[in-house]
Design a protein around this ligand. Structure first.
Ligand SMILES: [Zn+2]
Ligand SMILES: [Zn+2]
Length: 240
């Protein structure tokens, strides 16, 4: 009730414009996008068939058997999931998270629910995909760490922001980069500083965006080389 009054007052005092359609955001939990832009965003419900390994959308009809796209066969993680497609409200929310360490309540709930409805329940350690020291300084925070903290707080799974490091400063991935260019830019970019912390653990890697999977695959590779058992991946969005 109080939050409804607060929202109403807030909309009157500071009408926040939706970053997609410029309409007004009437519920603060929606963050930077309005309700109707959220409605237009493809969010996975669990009723569609996704590649069991990389989470790629395959078709709208659910199946009970594990289905694979096979484009991800060479990647090193075991299974990856995203809340939804990189578009509309999810796109605006992810872009906002790169500027400010803020995740709106609606997205927090979607992110937590995605984990709770996943096959990742035996995860024993949450690790955010690290930024290089240089980029972390430029940005002031790591957006993957912000997401990882939300999940760790809710699930009480241990958070480890120190064991996995990014030793090479790679250029920010651009939409125009092809898969090969992305793969090359993150190859050998990661290292495990504290092997005994990851040994024998089932790791849940957390990031904001899954594009080609090259980044999380390279993280999973070094984690497994250092004794991690399973490596799961949870992101806010993935490329369609
Ligand atoms: Zn809108
Ligand atoms: Zn796949």
């Amino acid at each position: 009730m109080l939050s409804k009054i607060y929202d109403a007052l807030l909309t009157l005092a500071y009408p926040q414009a939706c970053q997609i359609c410029a309409g007004s955001v009437e519920i603060s939990a929606d963050g930077v996008a309005c309700g109707s832009c959220w409605e237009k965003t493809r969010i996975f419900s669990g009723a569609e068939t996704l590649c069991y390994k990389c989470g790629r959308f395959l078709h709208a009809i659910p199946t009970t058997i594990q289905t694979f796209c096979h484009r991800c066969d060479e990647q090193f993680y075991d299974s990856a999931l995203a809340v939804g497609i990189y578009e509309n409200a999810l796109l605006a929310s992810v872009l906002h998270l790169k500027r400010e360490p803020f995740v709106a309540k609606r997205l927090q709930n979607l992110f937590i629910a995605r984990f709770q409805n996943s096959d990742f329940q035996d995860a024993s350690l949450i690790i955010p995909v690290p930024l290089s020291k240089k980029r972390r300084l430029e940005r002031g925070f790591n957006q993957a760490e912000v997401l990882a903290k939300i999940l760790a707080k809710q699930t009480r799974i241990k958070l480890d922001e120190k064991s996995l490091v990014r030793k090479i400063h790679t250029p920010i991935h651009r939409a125009a980069m092809d898969t090969k260019a992305r793969e090359m830019s993150v190859k050998n970019a990661f290292d495990v500083k504290r092997p005994k912390f990851v040994e024998g653990e089932n790791i849940l890697l957390v990031d904001d965006v899954f594009t080609s999977g090259a980044t999380v695959s390279n993280c999973a590779k070094v984690l497994k080389e250092n004794g991690a058992k399973q490596v799961y991946v949870l992101t806010v969005v993935r490329a369609a």
